[in-house]
Design a protein around this ligand. Structure first.
Ligand SMILES: CC(C)(COP(=O)(O)OP(=O)(O)OC[C@H]1O[C@@H](n2cnc3c(N)ncnc32)[C@H](O)[C@@H]1OP(=O)(O)O)[C@@H](O)C(=O)NCCC(=O)NCCS
Length: 196
């Protein structure tokens, strides 16, 4: 098991081909997908043919420490979902931003409301700054995705702006736009401004 990080209750580890079933259930869950992409559950075949292979390929293609990681309870059992850091790619983010990673997470509904996403997000942000030495962690979500916004805030990110993008399909609440969040590495910021 290729462990990326451990927290008080969680292990974040690399995905493998054996993760297909719960990953397909996660991406195929309408509650999970409510505020993501076109808001529709993703068919299992798409997870088999595109999503899982792409997530596995990323471990080779991305700089060390980046990618999506399965979040499992330290006590064992089926993973609760995934959380990860990748180069910024979501609509609205600066894809050319140097030394920057985008934070993302997705958990199965049975695991919601117990602080797991916050715990995983905090660990990833901490590692982005202390271990990977990145300058910035960014994220976006729909303005109405209050759970996700709260996770970002609890992980130390602050609201940068609300923006209105032309999405190809309408999701409930889209009229309130999307929000961008960011956290800057205090050490790299101090270096840039000449402060200790
Ligand atoms: C967003 C998500 C990962 C949150 O996971 P979680 O493990 O339930 O989050 P936590 O338990 O760490 O809760 C984080 C905070 O959000 C709050 N929260 C949770 N659900 C909420 C909701 N529906 N509305 C408002 N606040 C909510 C919690 O109370 C907590 O705040 P607190 O620490 O001040 O009490 C989970 O809901 C999910 O996977 N959603 C579907 C995928 C998704 O939308 N991902 C983000 C895409 S940008």
């Amino acid at each position: 098991m290729a462990v990326r990080l451990q927290t008080e209750r969680l292990i974040l580890r690399r995905l493998t081909r054996a993760d297909l079933d719960w990953l397909a259930a996660l991406h195929g869950d309408p509650q999970v997908m409510r505020y993501i992409d076109d808001g529709s559950p993703v068919p299992r075949a798409v997870v088999v043919e595109q999503i899982l292979p792409c997530l596995l390929r990323e471990y080779d293609e991305l700089p060390d420490g980046l990618g999506c990681f399965a979040a499992t309870r330290r006590s064992g059992g089926t993973p609760l979902g995934w959380a990860g850091l990748r180069p910024p790619s979501s609509h609205g983010l600066d894809r050319a931003a140097a030394s920057t990673a985008e934070l993302g997470y997705r958990l199965l509904p049975a695991a919601w409301g117990r602080g797991y996403a916050t715990e995983a997000a905090r660990a990833l942000v901490g590692s982005a700054f202390s271990e990977l030495g990145l300058h910035q962690v960014v994220a976006t979500t729909m303005t109405v995705n209050l759970a996700s916004r709260r996770v970002l805030e609890r992980a130390g990110l602050s609201l940068v702006r609300t923006f209105y993008a032309a999405w190809p399909s309408y999701l409930e609440g889209a009229e309130h736009g999307d929000v961008e969040y960011a956290a800057v590495n205090a050490t790299s910021q101090a270096r840039a401004t000449g402060h200790r």
